[in-house]
Design a protein around this ligand. Structure first.
Ligand code: FES
Length: 149
């Protein structure tokens, strides 16, 4: 098995588009070497880094936060299992938040699909006069804010 992979091999194996891999590299989340032809070559260990990035994005970390986390890995050797588990230790709270958010979305959808009442008292979709905008951007009631008077 070759130790250095082309960008297409990495893309195929990781399921991440080559354009996204180039973007990760621009953001210094992953690194490659240049072959004599000038094409990118990645060490096989990059696959684990990419898996980390994809998972971290799924639980809501920004690329900047992911960069900060990855910078804690040892620069001079392949990260060990212990190094990786140290990084993910702080994720429990993020995962719990994400689960709670998904539960709220699920509850909102279950209530509203096929209902259509848009009741001001109980519907998470009802937002007369866009009062929710005062609480910040995004679907405020669905992410847990309550309507204010
Ligand atoms: S439409 Fe009836 S509760 Fe949302």
């Amino acid at each position: 098995m070759s130790e250095l992979l082309t960008i297409s091999e990495v893309s195929r194996r990781s399921g991440v588009a080559a354009s996204a891999l180039r973007y990760y590299e621009e953001r210094e989340l992953i690194t490659s070497e240049r072959a004599g032809s000038g094409h990118r070559r990645y060490p096989r260990s990059v696959l684990r880094r990419i898996a980390f990035i994809v998972f971290a994005q799924r639980i809501g970390l920004t690329l900047e936060e992911i960069g900060t986390e990855l910078a804690r890995l040892p620069p001079d050797r392949a990260p060990s299992r212990r190094d990786w588990s140290r990084l993910s230790r702080g994720w429990t709270a993020r995962i719990e938040e994400r689960i709670a958010e998904l539960e709220r979305l699920k509850a909102g959808l279950t209530e509203c699909i096929g209902c259509g009442c848009l009741s001001l008292d109980r519907c998470k979709l009802a937002n007369p006069g866009d009062r929710a905008a005062r609480l910040g951007p995004g679907p405020r009631y669905w992410i847990g804010d309550r309507p204010t008077g």
